[in-house]
Design a protein around this ligand. Structure first.
Ligand code: AMP
Length: 339
């Protein structure tokens, strides 16, 4: 199909460790679902990232988590008839391109990328190389846009740098992707500490930090009702302090209401009432997702068939492209060589 008739392609994903949370939902999954008609979407369960700290996850757990994440993508509304959903390690070109890109990435440039070590036991070479693997995920699919949260802007800048460096060394095969920053509810902070972003790794060790997408109604209630707020009573997007602001941003993202309407509804009300409204809203949002999740997860054959079809489709895009890239760097390939 001529390029101008093709929808723009985007690639997104999540590493299958820990538990997907409400921040992932409003910051990523919800907009992925909304992108499906407008863009040609590839969603990957990024299992190759998960082994960067081998002590943190064993093989059986990773296999299980990979299916859990894929089922949650589907339950949140990713439609396999519209989008490609696949497991990263089932498309070997990701690892092949990551090697080529790691060879042209200066070590100091990598060290500047900020990465929190989840291991506590030192930084593995894999952890250091994560930005390169991310660059490979994106550049492999020749995509113009990467939908990301505000927290990931620096990664896209790094990808652009790698793309430029490849082009200047070899051949102009890499497009610099533009970040597609989501506007509403871009970043949800920890419920227990609104100065840090809600994260899967913190949530694994601190109860009350996050709301997992599979949490029970009781856990949702406990997490929200005990969320950190200040001693004041201001309910305003502009004037409230971080804890209340975080609850309001979540409320806005899930309700679809305007800020003015939310402030009107909660004018002169207590923080407790805001929290109660939010408990209902989160529970109403997650109930149908959880029902769909358990239906899908109980049917492993169905889930694996979707993932196999997804990987096959992804390989159809990735394989000819990696051949071209290999040819450009000087590897002799099965395809016509450049000389
Ligand atoms: P990760 O949890 O790092 O696998 O991220 C998966 C996706 O969720 C990425 O697109 C992130 O930008 C998004 N995300 C992660 N944490 C948050 C958060 N606290 N608020 C909003 N979006 C988030």
């Amino acid at each position: 199909m001529p390029a101008e008739q093709r929808r723009k392609r985007i690639v997104s994903g999540s590493q299958p460790t820990g538990t997907l949370h409400i921040g992932n939902y409003v910051g990523a999954l919800k907009s992925w679902v909304g992108n499906q008609d407008q863009y040609e979407c590839l969603f990957l369960v990024a299992d190759m990232y998960a082994i960067k700290n081998p002590e943190a996850i064993d093989a059986a757990k990773l296999r299980e988590k990979t299916l859990e994440f894929a089922a949650l993508f589907l339950a949140c509304g990713i439609d396999p008839n519209k989008s490609t959903i696949f497991i990263q390690s089932q498309v070997p070109a990701h690892a092949q391109l990551a090697w080529v890109l790691s060879c042209l990435t200066p070590l100091e440039r990598l060290q500047r990328q900020v990465y929190e070590s989840e291991s506590g036991g030192g930084v593995s070479t894999g952890l250091l190389l994560l930005p390169v693997l991310l660059a490979a995920d994106i550049l492999l699919y020749d995509t113009g846009f990467v939908p990301i949260g505000e927290d990931q802007r620096q990664h896209v800048e790094f990808v652009s740098y790698i793309a430029r460096r490849f082009n200047s060394l070899y051949a102009p095969l890499m497009k610099s992707p533009q970040p597609l920053i989501r506007k509403k509810g871009t970043l949800i902070m920890g419920l227990d500490d609104p100065t840090v972003k809600m994260s899967k790794s913190i949530g694994a060790t601190r109860k009350g930090h996050m709301i997992g997408l599979l949490d029970s109604a009781g856990d949702i209630k406990n997490a929200i009702m005990s969320a950190a707020t200040d001693p004041g009573n201001t309910i305003s997007f502009k004037h409230s302090k971080a804890g209340v602001k975080n609850l309001l941003v979540l409320y806005e993202a899930l309700s679809g209401m305007s800020r003015a309407d939310i402030e009107k509804e909660l004018k002169d009300k207590s923080y407790e009432l805001l929290k109660k409204h939010l408990v209902d809203l989160v529970a109403d949002t997650l109930r149908p997702i959880q029902q769909k999740y358990y239906q899908i997860r109980d049917n492993t054959d169905y889930l694996e068939a979707i993932l196999a079809t997804g990987a096959e489709h992804a390989r159809k895009i990735a394989d000819p492209r990696i051949e071209m890239i290999k040819g450009a760097v000087g590897f002799r390939t099965g395809a016509k060589n450049l000389d």
